[in-house]
Design a protein around this ligand. Structure first.
Ligand code: PLP
Length: 247
């Protein structure tokens, strides 16, 4: 017999997925003695249509991550025009100088600041009537040639420069570690990021965010001290880049 007096025909696939991801985050936090509320779930909606985001909003999700500037701005404007309030938009893709203005004018956060030149542009381009842009410094923790981000040895200098820019608010660090299968390896890398984050936090009162952890290394990242995990596929399903909006 069905345990409920009725079924839930209106519950979307997105909502079911979100519930599962939230449960995984809670379990991972509780296993290491952290409160689940310490970890924010960032729903990565790149290539996904506004209708999928609307399902996530209906399921209580408010924080969204986008990788492509143009596509992200279209979605931000879509929901603004629809009168949906209370959403927070995070830019998490590689940022080219010529796209910085759109990020400064539309997003709430940028996770991928990794050079003074981009920080300076974002600071100059952030409209006065908006609150300062929340920024994370991207660290290249796995030292891969192909990925963006600074070395940990460059962190103090860049943090000091960013903290001096009035239209930016330094909130913390972000990293995309190289994929590792083993938990112990994932945890070791995450611990390095967490140590850098703790040191930064001690110097800057605005710092409170460590954006670290994706589907495959979420548990290790949370155990090490991540405060924000970025999850796409497990919420919205596999991406079809061929059908995605132009970027
Ligand atoms: C795409 C992306 C994610 C989410 O990846 P999934 O594998 O879909 O969960 C997280 N972080 C960044 C920076 C991404 O580009």
């Amino acid at each position: 017999m069905h345990p409920f007096p009725y079924s839930f025909p209106t519950m979307s696939e997105t909502e079911r997925n979100l519930t599962q991801v939230r449960q995984k985050i809670s379990a991972a936090a509780q296993r290491c003695g952290r409160a689940p509320e310490e970890v924010t779930l960032l729903a990565v909606s790149k290539t996904k249509p506004a209708s999928a985001i609307a399902e996530a909003i209906a399921a209580g999700q408010r924080e969204f991550g986008e990788n492509y500037v143009q596509e992200g701005v279209e979605k931000i404007l879509h929901f603004r025009d629809a009168g949906v309030e209370g959403l927070t938009w995070h830019f998490i893709g590689p940022l080219q100088s010529n796209k910085s203005r759109l990020v400064a004018e539309h997003f709430d956060w940028c996770h991928t600041v990794d050079r003074l030149r981009i920080a300076t542009r974002l600071n100059e381009q952030r409209p006065d009537e908006m609150t300062p842009l929340n920024v994370l410094i991207q660290v290249n923790i796995s030292d891969e040639q192909s990925k963006s981000g600074i070395a940990l040895s460059e962190l103090d200098t860049l943090a000091e420069q960013i903290a001096a820019l009035p239209r930016l608010r330094l909130r913390g660090l972000m990293a995309i570690p190289a994929p590792e299968k083993e938990y112990a390896r994932q945890f070791a890398v995450a611990r390095e990021m967490a140590a850098a984050f703790t040191a930064l936090k001690a110097r800057y009162p605005t710092v409170d965010t460590l954006s670290l952890g994706m589907s495959d290394d979420m548990e290790a990242a949370i155990a090490a001290g991540s405060t924000m995990v970025r999850i796409g596929t497990a919420i919205f399903g596999a991406r079809d880049y061929a059908r995605a909006a132009q970027h």
